[in-house]
Design a protein around this ligand. Structure first.
Ligand code: XIL
Length: 438
C-alpha cells in the first residue's frame, strides 16, 4: 500500500516536473518574444503610422532563429533582398518560381509586416533567356507585361508597394541609361508602360520609382524629378519615389534633401527611404559617426509629411551586401554579426521616441466660409498645417493656440467637398499622423 502510494506520488511529481520543463521549453521563448515585441522599433513606429523595415535574405530566414526573431521583434515592414527580382521569379520564359518569394511574403504577412515588392523592371539580375534572347519591340513589351501581370497578380493583397522601375537613370548628362535591356528593346517609353501594366495588375498597390543618388538636388535627382513629373503630367499611374540611400558615415541631411522631398510632395508623390545602409571603413576603428547618420536620416523621414518608411538594406552585419560590393567597407547595419544592437540601433530608437513624444494630434477638421479649421492637441503658435503635402499659411487661434489652427486661403484652393490629407507640423519638426479630411 505504502509503496503503491509512493509510486503514484513519484509518478505524479515526475509528470509534474516533466510538464513544467515542457511548458518552459514551449512557452518560454514565446513569452520572451512577446515581451520583446513591445520594445522593438516597430512598436514606436506604429504610434506615428510610420514604417521601419528591413531587407530579408532567404537563406538566413530559413536557417537562423536569431534572424527571424530580430525581424519579428523590430520591424513592421520588409522587402526581399533578392527573391523578388526577375531572375529569381522568372527563370525560364514559360516558368515562374515563387518558392523563396512566397516564404518571405508569408513571413511578412504572419508577422504583420507591410511588404515592399522589389523589383519588376530593372536592367540587372535579369536571366540569360531575357538578355540573350532576340525580341522585337512588341515581343519585349509583351514579355514585360506578362512578367508584371503574373508577379503582381500572384502577390495581390500581400504586397503594399512595388518598385515598378528601378535605377533607370544614367547619372551623367543623359537622363536615361541606355545600357538597359528594356531601353534597348522598347525605348524610353518602357517606364510609362511598366507603370500602366502595374496599375492594371493591382489597382490597390502603391507604385514607386526607385533609384540611388536621388536624394539631394543634384543632376541625378533632377533627372528623377523630371521623369516622375512628366509621368504625372501625362496621367501615368505613379504614387511614390524611393531613395535607396546606400551611404557612408560622412553623410548629413541638409536643406536640399528637404527641398527635394517637398517638390516630390507637391507632385502628389510619397517618399520612402528604401535601401538604407551606412557603410564604414573596416580599418579596425569602429565608426563614431554611423549612429548620427542613422538618427539624421530617420529624423528627416519622420519630419517630412510625405515620407512614409525607412527600410534598412539588411538586418545584421553578418549578412550585408556591403563588404562584397564596397571593398574596404562594412559594418553598415544596426545589428552586429552576433545580433547585438549597435549604437546605431539606439540612435534609431531615440529618433522614433523623440518623434512620438508629445506630437501634434489632429482630431477634427472643418470647412466654413472658405476657411479650414483644424482642431487637436499639442499645437503651437507657430505650427503649420500641410494640405496634400504642401505647407499652408497658418494662423493659431489667439485664445486656444494649442488646439486650433486656421487656414484662410488654401494654396492651391480646395473645395469643401474635396478629400484632402492633412498634417500639422510643430516648429520642432514633430508631425501629426495623417488626417484624411473628406
Ligand atoms: C543587391 C543585393 O543586396 C545583393 O545581394 C545582390 O547580389 C545585388 O543586389 N540597389 C538595388 C538592390 O536596387 O536590389 C541591390 O541589392 C543593391 C543596390
Amino acid at each position: 500500500m505504502y509503496f503503491a502510494l509512493m509510486n503514484r506520488w513519484m509518478r505524479a511529481t515526475t509528470w509534474l516536473s516533466f510538464l513544467i520543463t515542457l511548458a518552459a521549453g514551449t512557452f518560454g521563448p514565446l513569452i520572451r518574444q512577446q515581451a520583446q515585441t513591445k520594445e522593438g522599433l516597430q512598436a514606436l513606429a506604429a504610434q506615428r503610422d510610420f514604417y521601419i523595415g528591413a531587407a530579408i535574405a532567404v537563406d538566413p530566414l530559413r536557417r537562423e532563429p536569431s534572424y527571424r526573431e530580430t525581424l519579428q521583434r523590430e520591424f513592421n515592414a520588409a522587402v526581399a533582398e533578392n527573391a523578388f527580382k526577375f531572375d529569381a521569379l522568372h527563370p525560364a520564359r514559360d516558368r515562374y518560381d515563387f518558392k523563396d518569394a512566397d516564404l518571405i511574403a508569408d513571413f511578412a504577412q504572419r508577422n504583420g509586416m507591410k511588404l515592399r515588392g522589389h523589383t519588376l523592371v530593372w536592367h540587372k539580375q535579369l536571366p540569360a533567356w531575357v538578355t540573350n534572347g532576340s525580341f522585337t519591340r512588341a515581343e519585349a513589351i509583351a514579355l514585360m507585361r506578362d512578367h508584371i501581370t503574373t508577379v503582381m497578380t500572384h502577390f495581390r493583397g500581400k504586397v503594399w508597394a512595388w518598385d515598378v522601375v528601378n535605377e533607370a537613370m544614367e547619372g551623367k548628362d543623359e537622363p536615361l541609361r541606355t545600357d538597359s535591356f528594356w531601353y534597348q528593346k522598347i525605348g524610353p517609353d518602357y517606364i510609362r508602360l511598366a507603370f500602366e501594366f502595374a496599375r492594371a495588375a493591382d489597382p490597390d498597390a502603391i507604385l514607386y520609382y526607385n533609384d540611388f543618388d536621388a536624394e539631394d538636388m543634384g543632376t541625378r535627382s533632377k533627372h528623377v524629378y523630371n521623369l516622375v513629373r512628366d509621368l504625372k503630367q501625362r496621367g501615368t499611374p505613379i504614387d511614390g519615389v524611393g531613395w535607396q540611400m546606400h551611404i557612408d558615415d560622412n553623410f548629413k541631411i541638409n536643406g536640399d534633401h528637404r527641398k527635394n522631398a517637398r517638390r516630390l510632395g507637391e507632385l502628389g508623390l510619397e517618399l520612402s527611404i528604401t535601401e538604407l545602409d551606412v557603410r564604414t571603413k573596416t580599418d579596425g576603428t569602429p565608426s563614431a559617426k554611423q549612429s548620427a547618420v542613422y538618427r539624421d536620416v530617420a529624423t528627416f523621414c519622420l519630419t517630412e509629411p510625405n515620407c512614409r518608411a525607412v527600410i534598412l538594406w539588411g538586418v545584421t552585419d553578418k549578412h550585408s551586401w556591403v563588404p562584397a560590393f564596397f571593398p574596404g567597407y562594412g559594418d553598415a547595419l544596426i545589428f552586429d554579426a552576433d545580433y547585438r544592437p549597435k549604437p546605431a540601433y539606439a540612435a534609431l530608437r531615440d529618433a522614433l521616441q523623440t518623434a512620438i513624444t508629445a506630437p501634434p494630434i489632429i482630431t477634427a477638421a472643418s470647412f466654413a466660409a472658405g476657411k479650414l479649421t483644424v482642431t487637436g492637441q499639442n499645437f503651437d503658435r507657430k505650427s503649420v498645417v500641410w494640405i496634400n503635402g504642401k505647407p499652408q499659411k497658418t494662423e493659431a487661434d489667439k485664445a486656444q493656440p494649442t488646439t486650433k489652427l486656421t487656414i484662410k486661403k488654401a494654396d492651391p484652393a480646395i473645395a469643401p467637398s474635396q478629400a484632402v490629407k492633412l498634417h500639422v507640423q510643430n516648429p520642432d519638426g514633430k508631425l501629426s499622423r495623417v488626417f484624411d479630411y473628406k
